[in-house]
Design a protein around this ligand. Structure first.
Ligand code: WTA
Length: 632
């Protein structure tokens, strides 16, 4: 049993061992943490009964493993480098000791405001150290954090607050993202008009713009923190107590509050971070994600801290002030490990290569990608121009629901292949399923990707709707976790994710539900019915294409499109805005009234020669109509 895999032989050996005795494997891994009381049972429950539990009986506080545990050894090591939106703004570094103090202080503040174990706290903040401190302070007192990406609209924020019945909201006065200003406090005020559960709001200063203030509800972070003690006794949690809720899009209905627990999530994020990235003691690791997504949770906040790594918190964007921004940061901090999304790579590829060449990227050792399939062209550009041809690329496949990376090369250990997430981590057992629900054996095959046995990082439920959890993930194939992704296993047994097989879109690495966008568009008085599909987009990976039936006269198509885009931005977020809108006379429906999205997807992709069987449609002539129409 190898704690730190260092060669492909060790990987293969450990994978076999984990297969022979799964529980022993995870027992061993969990044993590397500090537990106030050791667990009684490694795993119980099953996928079939939707009641998987890990490390039951174990008592811990996750922040003692992220922070306290390191104080005597690496207390003065940098935990985070903060790089602000504008390169000339104030930047700073925070050691493990300082982070521990800040978290303790803020934990005391939260308790003084009456936040208790089990309460929900929504965090809607800029990518600054205070966001991380807020999340960790919640974890320290046993409150459940729910970070909402600070690009979501007031309506989306309000829905999330209401769904989890949050008691407190932590936000900033505003933030700057590139050259844009986002008035977070104004947006929060608007959201809170419809979210009565929130009793108090803590506002952290960032932009110093004028904001409204509600006496008795709103308080400044910097004032509250001033006299707070830097001592705090972490609250003891059960391994299965919830750590956080994170909302993510599904194929139907409103976003789901995916729930992760203290013990299993800790073990899994720490383990996967260590094995995949192979970060050494002196290395500087940078994940460019936003903490509002799972990648930020697992691989900016938790995974790196458990391992005592030095990470970067980046407030900015890849193209501000110019397209060399990321490479400037790599040079400045001598970044060794760089983890980003294919969409960022594709966007940067379209700029002059001089933006890359200007900087010294020789510190880089490992590159990573996450969130969507990476096309070969982008892979090679990343490999050659950023990695100088010498850095392994870890193409990491995972999901909000899996908690951590599931299928990925281990940096420098697993031989890579462009476009392939390659092989599962030891302890993870992927399997491909056919239409009839049978496992597809052998190599050179394709099917729906499922996971066979529970792993510690799996989400335990959808907040307030366990039935939906069961339906979405555990009912399609009984006894298996269904990922919603299609996948190919090639002749070498390597996995290549082909994309979602359900109605979830992946736009610039952001997960969006077609139903959510349709519901938003349907709010327009002229829209009768909408069908949204994804189509291949050079930069975003997938673009959003909306077909809609409208009533009344549309005088100005462009103006109408603008109204619709504003509506989507208001109800969800600017990230969900459709790229193309086509008004149609009818949608291709079956006799039972179901929209045949397969046909719309093909039309959206401009692949109209082979639309397949349309004879089951109620009115096959609508297809011709749509083919002839044009999108704006
Ligand atoms: C997709 C992001 C191909 C996939 C961590 C999955 C990927 C969805 C990869 C989850 C990858 C993630 N290659 N596709 N390396 N990583 N995906 O929940 O479709 O935001 O189901 O989690 O992203 O998105 P989520």
């Amino acid at each position: 049993m190898w704690l730190n895999l260092k060669s492909f032989d060790e990987y293969e050996e450990t994978f076999e061992e984990s297969k022979e005795d799964r529980l022993k494997f995870w027992d061993h891994e969990a044993g590397t943490f500090y537990w106030r009381k050791r667990w009684d049972k490694t795993q119980s429950g099953s996928f079939k009964d939707a009641n998987v539990k890990w490390f039951e009986g174990g008592k811990l506080n996750i922040t003692e493993n992220a922070l306290d545990r390191h104080l005597n050894t690496i207390g003065n090591k940098t935990a985070f480098i903060f790089e602000p939106n504008h390169p000339d703004s104030f930047r700073r570094t925070i050691t493990y000791k300082q982070l521990h103090e800040d978290v303790c202080r803020f934990a005391n503040v939260l308790e003084s405001k009456g936040v208790e174990k089990g309460d929900r706290v929504v965090i809607y903040m800029a990518m600054t150290p205070e966001l991380v401190i807020s999340a960790l302070a919640c974890a320290r007192i046993g409150a459940v954090h729910s970070i909402v990406f600070a690009g979501f609209s007031s309506q989306a924020l309000s829905e999330r607050i209401n769904d989890c019945d949050a008691k407190m909201l932590i936000t900033n006065d505003g933030l700057r993202r590139g050259d844009k200003h986002v008035p977070l406090k104004d947006i929060s005020d608007e959201a809170l008009e419809n979210s009565p559960s929130v009793e108090s709001v803590i506002v952290c200063q960032r932009t110093n713009r004028e904001i409204d203030w509600k006496e008795g509800r709103d308080e400044w972070w910097h004032i509250l923190i001033r006299n707070a003690s830097k001592q705090h006794e972490a609250v003891e949690m059960d391994a299965e107590d919830p750590l956080f809720i994170l909302y993510t899009s599904g194929s139907t209905g409103k976003p789901k509050g995916v729930v992760h627990t203290c013990g299993g999530y800790m073990v899994y994020t720490s383990y996967s971070f260590r094995q995949v990235f192979q970060v050494g003691a002196e290395d500087v690791y940078w994940c460019t994600a936003d903490a509002g997504w799972i990648t930020g949770h697992s691989y900016i906040i938790y995974g790196p801290l458990f391992n005592g790594a030095t990470g970067i918190i980046f407030e900015g964007t890849p193209t501000y002030p110019d397209a060399g921004r990321l490479w400037e940061v790599v040079e400045k901090y001598k970044v060794t490990h760089f983890y980003t999304a294919p969409t960022a790579i594709r966007a940067l590829m379209s700029y002059d290569i001089d933006y890359v060449k200007k900087y010294d990227l020789s510190s880089l050792k490992v590159l990573g990608t996450v969130g969507e399939p990476i096309n070969e062209e982008a892979w090679h550009w990343y490999h050659d121009h950023i990695g100088g041809g010498k850095c392994p690329i870890v193409d990491t496949w995972w999901q909000t629901e899996t908690g951590g990376i599931m299928i990925s090369p281990l940096a420098g250990i697993t031989p890579t292949k462009p476009g392939f997430a390659t092989l599962p981590l030891p302890g993870v057992f992927p399997t491909l399923m056919d239409e009839d629900g049978n496992e597809i054996k052998g190599n050179g095959v394709q099917g729906n990707l499922c996971i066979k046995h529970p792993w510690p990082g799996i989400a335990r439920t959808v907040y307030g709707d366990h039935e939906r959890y069961k339906q979405t993930y555990l009912s399609t194939y009984e006894g298996y976790y269904f990922t919603g992704d299609g996948c190919r296993r090639d002749e070498d047994g390597y996995y290549r994710i082909t994309g979602r097989v359900d109605d979830v879109l992946n736009v610039s690495g952001h997960r969006l539900g077609t139903a959510e966008i349709e519901n938003a568009l349907d709010e327009h008085p002229k829209v009768v019915e909408t069908a949204v599909v994804g189509y291949p987009h050079d930069i975003k990976g997938q673009g959003v294409y909306a077909f809609m039936i409208c009533e009344g006269e549309i005088k100005d198509q462009e103006e109408f499109k603008k109204e619709l885009l504003d509506l989507v931005a208001k109800i969800i977020s600017p990230i969900a805005k459709p790229d193309k809108i086509q008004v149609v006379k009818g949608l291709p429906k079956t006799r039972s009234g179901k929209i045949m999205r397969r046909i719309l997807r093909k039309i959206a992709a401009d692949d109209v020669d082979n639309l397949g069987d349309t004879s089951t449609l109620l009115d096959p002539s609508v297809v011709e109509d749509i083919k002839e129409g044009k999108a704006v």
